[in-house]
Design a protein around this ligand. Structure first.
Ligand SMILES: Nc1ncnc2c1ncn2[C@@H]1O[C@H](COP(=O)(O)OP(=O)(O)OP(=O)(O)O)[C@@H](O)[C@H]1O
Length: 583
């Protein structure tokens, strides 16, 4: 019922069309009675009553009603098809919009395959329900009811006899509904798992090949595929048990009618013409009964999918933005971390992080892997919410910023570079699509990317594959850096951005950054001391805490962790005070 209410709500803008469609369905259901009625009249009036002149009129009525019925039926089928496409179109838009509102934490928890299943097969099941199941249910129920009423009107005792099997049909239809629902949920969930395996295999195909794990992946897919087949078979075993019962019970109606109707004709309480009318109406009773099983399957499949689509739509974004935009006074940014604690679902990651970054400053963050460096900068973009403490941008808690406005102030080059399957120009201009070509060239130059881009046969028009396939790690990093620089942000965050770039190119990039970031705030996360040593403030992180802070010279003087790492990177390998050999 809940799913029906939900789809009803989604059809609100199209209710007039729906009402018209249902009206036409009812009209056609009613018109289905004309031919059986006319057939009875032909037998009684023309054959037995010898009113031969009536034959042509009755035949014209039969042909006319058949033509009109077929035309109207085609009309409402098109109407429901159109309605379903509109409903699904806006639902898909809503879903996609909603997916864009959800925070990274949601994507950490949810498998891509599951999201894709909701966006494709679940939506298709909902579409099928609105395009076909709704009118088929109404059509068959109304044909059944109209036929029954007509039968009662013609001959109540025979009509009563025809109803004898309906309680049994009702019982089996109820059992089918109850038993088949969990099987459709299981199929749907297994399909999502199958989707995830395929998606991971495609995304990670290089790893699969590099480790020669094709056999393992095939077996993994095979296991999920087998489970999918079994769940489908389990479902078909359930409905396969009930459909023949419903079909046979529908067949029993013919036997009842022939037997009881025959006796009534012999006794003279029923005319042959009325028996012919009953006989012509029999399909109006047994067809809906035969279809009941299939329609119940469709409805259960719809419910299983609708629950998943709705679940996604009602998933509340954990990170909410205030609506009001503030007047941004400056193009520079001042940043404060004030006793910030943060944990992922698995446990605490950052503890008591406090520091300030002023406009024009560069903050270097260094520390062993897993120390919490990326997490710290992710908090800046409010991808996750802090547990305790405050992060302030220009003196205002980031929770009190309009999130889009906050993010517009910054540009981030993430550690895990993502490029879209688009041209290099499209990728660089992603954050600033209206930028003139000259600005794109300038950003590429600043990121030391222009030379290699120009050497490609199609230059800036080169289409890069999904995630940047076809480019080296360092080339991808430089395109991502150009994309960030084109935004001309007041806060630039570079998370391990030059790790795959050779030292000479990195040096040139640093030179350029120094000149263009004069009044901007910049965060550089790196493992190489060379990337951070000129920073105004270097934060050394370990296990979620800042263990050392200061400029390069201060940290060298302290002879702590930073000093050890510096020496290690010069080739004087020693154990650091924390036990790691090299960062
Ligand atoms: N999305 C996430 N969900 C749960 N835990 C996470 C998530 N991202 C990171 N972590 C955990 O948080 C800790 C800090 O990770 P983070 O990526 O911030 O470290 P890092 O210092 O940037 O490491 P690296 O130098 O290797 O990039 C790690 O223990 C990691 O396993």
């Amino acid at each position: 019922m809940h799913s029906l209410r939900w789809i009803w709500g989604n059809m609100r803008p199209y209710r007039k069309r729906l009402a018209l469609g249902l009206l036409l369905v009812l009209a056609v259901a009613g018109m289905n009675l004309i031919n059986p009625y006319v057939a009875g009249k032909i037998v009684d009036r023309v054959i037995y009553g010898h009113q031969n002149g009536l034959l042509w009129q009755l035949l014209v009525i039969m042909i006319g009603s058949t033509l009109i019925r077929t035309g109207v039926r085609y009309g409402y089928q098109m109407l429901f098809e159109n309605l379903s496409q509109n409903v699904i179109f806006s639902m898909r838009e809503k879903l996609y919009d909603h997916l864009n509102q959800l925070e990274p934490g949601f994507y950490d928890r949810t498998k891509t395959g599951d999201i894709m299943a909701r966006m494709t097969s679940d939506l298709e099941a909902v579409r099928h329900f609105t395009a076909w199941t709704i009118y088929m249910v109404v059509e068959n129920l109304s044909i059944l009811l109209f036929a029954l009423c007509f039968m009662f009107y013609i001959h109540p005792p025979l009509a009563m006899a025809m109803l004898a099997v309906t309680p049994i049909i009702g019982f089996f239809a109820y059992r089918l509904t109850k038993d088949v629902r969990p099987t459709f949920s299981a199929i749907r969930n297994q399909f999502a798992r199958l989707n995830s395996v395929v998606q991971e295999n495609i995304s990670g195909n290089r790893v699969v090949k590099a480790f020669a794990k094709e056999e393992y992946e095939i077996e993994k897919f095979s296991a999920e595929n087998k489970a999918f087949k079994e769940k489908n078979l389990m479902s078909s075993r359930v409905w396969g048990k009930y459909l023949p019962i419903l079909d046979s019970l529908a067949g029993v109606l013919t036997v009842i009618m022939t037997f009881a109707g025959g006796i009534m004709v012999i006794r003279g309480s029923l005319s042959i013409g009325e028996l012919v009318t009953f006989n012509s109406l029999i399909w109006a009773l047994n067809n809906p009964m035969r279809l009941a099983g299939w329609l119940i399957n469709d409805i259960q499949r719809f419910i299983a999918s609708a629950e998943k689509v709705e679940e996604l739509l009602v998933t509340e974004p954990q990170i909410k933005s205030i609506i009001d935009e503030r007047e941004v006074q400056t193009s520079t940014t001042i940043l404060e971390f004030d006793h910030v604690d943060f944990s992922y679902e698995d446990g605490p990651v950052l503890c008591d992080i406090t520091f300030e970054a002023h406009a024009g400053q560069t903050i270097g963050i260094i520390g062993p892997t897993g120390a919490g460096k990326s997490t710290l900068v992710n908090l800046l973009g409010r991808f996750y919410e802090v547990d305790d403490g405050e992060i302030r941008v220009d003196g205002i808690n980031i929770k009190d910023w309009n999130i889009h406005q906050l993010r517009e102030k910054m540009a981030m080059v993430m550690q895990d570079i993502f490029l879209f399957s688009d041209t290099i120009e499209g990728n660089i201009a992603y954050g600033n699509p209206d930028a003139p070509m000259e600005a794109v060239y300038a950003a590429a130059k600043q990121a030391e990317a222009s030379r290699f881009i120009e050497s490609l046969p199609d230059g800036y028009d080169t289409v890069v594959g999904e995630r940047g396939v076809g480019l080296s790690g360092g080339q991808k990093q430089r395109i991502a850096l150009a994309r960030a620089l084109l935004r001309d942000p007041s806060l630039l965050i570079l998370d391990d951005t030059t790790s795959s770039v050779d030292m000479e190119t990195e040096f040139k990039i640093q030179e350029t950054l120094r000149s263009i970031l004069k009044d901007k705030t910049c965060f550089i996360i790196a493992h190489r001391i060379s990337s951070v040593k000129d920073a105004d403030l270097i934060l050394v992180m370990h296990e979620g805490c800042i263990i050392e802070r200061g400029k390069h010279a201060d940290l060298m003087e302290r002879k702590g962790y930073y000093w050890h790492v510096y020496n290690n990177q010069l080739g004087n390998f020693e154990r650091t005070p924390l036990g790691e050999e090299v960062i």
